[in-house]
Design a protein around this ligand. Sequence first.
Ligand code: ATP
Ligand code: MG
Length: 637
Amino acid sequence: MSRYAEFYRRSIEAPESFWAEQAELIEWKTPPGQILDTSRAPFVRWFAGGTTNLCHNAVDRHLAARGDQAALIAVSTETGTEKTYSFRELHAEVQRVAATLMALGVGKGDRVLIYMPMIPEAAFTMLACVRLGAIHCVVFGGFASASLASRIEDATPKVIVSADAGSRGGKVIAYKPLLDEAMRLSTHQPEAVLLFDRGLAPMDLKEGRDHLAAPLIEQHRDAQVPCTWLDATDISYTIYTSGTTGRPKGVQRDTGGYAVALAASMKHIFDGRPGETYFSTSDIGWVVGHSYIVYGPLIAGMATIMYEGLPTQGLDRQPDGGIWWRLVEKYKVTAMFSAPTAVRVLKKQDPALLGKYDLSSLRALFLAGEPLDEPTARWISEGLGVPIIDNYWQTESGWPILTVANGVERTDSRFGSPGIPMYGYKVKILNESTGEELTGANEKGVVVIESPTPPGFMQTVWRDDERFINTYWKSVPGKLVYSTFDWGIRDKDGYYYILGRTDDVINVAGHRLGTREIEESISGHAQVAEVAVVGVADALKGQVATAFVVPKDGAVLGDAQAALTLEGEVMKQVADQLGALARPARVHFVSALPKTRSGKLLRRAIQAVCEGRDPGDLTTIEDPGALQQVRKAVVPH
Ligand code: ATP
Ligand code: MG
């Protein structure tokens, strides 16, 4: 049996001893009493009775051994700034913010909503909250007022922490007016608003409620705020899912289980070592930002890079498609984490940029968030000369579900597959209609996780246990299985392939097809830059596939003849590769596809527009104009 297979087996057969061992990777004030409590499954409690603190593990714990080592490296190509904080400096900054929050009345269990750009103060605030036992709720900076308002209502924060503005591609986005409008729309009002002023946009302050951060923080310059010891099962934070498939769900996470899960993943999956540098290009508004910009690397004693800006602009604010690689060289990054959508942006840059820097420190590039298509994976892997490790997970899980654990045993990724189940996850594939487990190779079904879910996994939906049960645990009556709502297969060697969301299955004349398979086939066409496929109701066949393609050559958009030719070629390619049933009934050409802010295709919105329905909750859409193009394409007049 391979080393990893044995490791995995132990995690499943003897979860208590396995996780008790992992729990030693973090520091406890009081060691855990009961390792695992499943008496109220699927609500599980990890390490109950143990007391610890996330901030202690991310910061204080490292002071003795690595106080002067870099902890947080804040780089903004928007403001052209770059600053490194050692663990000791980070410790001081976090205590200043913690003391300021305390002065505003924040204590254990209070919610603090954070609506901030990618500046170091955002990380200080997150760490300050968990230091006090306050529950943070980070909302992606720059979200529209309506999205922010619904999150304020749901989280009912005592304090909101924000900034004057964010910036994207040199364009300043003033946050305060968005926040003011959100508070106006919300029935819940915070007691105080703390505002970091970057000098990018003017702010109207409301007397008695709004406070500029700088003078308050100055008052607490030398503050010493001890960590509040929390029970392992106390809430650390809430975060909303990306809203790709509907109304976002408020994911609630614990403290001890999460700390252990992150420490273990840094070691076994990311193979990140103390003293090294980790670079995740995500945003603190997403789960990746929580787990692998802020908490994971710091818990592991690594320096973490917090990056504000596009991947295509330099510190001098001039175009620079090599900025990320420049940072890898400069800070000797050993592990990097990004998303396929970002790599696709880089793919449009000069490939020579990849060879321009010394990337010898880099051991792997991890990608997650959406299916990684083979051409993109090959392009980046050949360009960088390091392994590309796909990893599949969800906001709900907090850390990877499927990937390869190179920290346990060197394992190669397979193109097209995010990998194998990670330790602690009992991943199964079930027949969607019968709920029966599919054990054969390459049988298609829903990817589920059997209870008990491992440490780090969501505890429940914030303030809504019923929604937790009804949303995730009801797909197979009589079985305690969590549905990922993703559709997948497992090959004969145990590697999983994610075929798309269960919502995204197309049923053509009784045959079930994954949108992902059709998209992969289409994206193999040399003239296709991006594609989305949805199923559209059809009187005759039930559903037919409809494709929206962004052509590499924009001229196709204005040339009916060229469009017709390309449409024919795309249809033929799918028919040749997947069969006539999968052939899209129509191929429309657009210049952009509707996506969430985190780069996920909003297929349900495209589908609704195609079927003349209301596209539903669009609060997380990046560019409403892209959906408008879809509308125009399907209803030409
Ligand atoms: P919502 O749940 O609100 O609809 P969302 O599912 O997009 O939004 P996230 O938790 O950010 O919110 O995304 C998780 C989903 O992203 C997974 O369920 C899966 O569909 C997709 N995903 C993540 N990583 C991968 C990957 N490596 N390969 C394929 N799909 C992935
Ligand atoms: Mg989801």
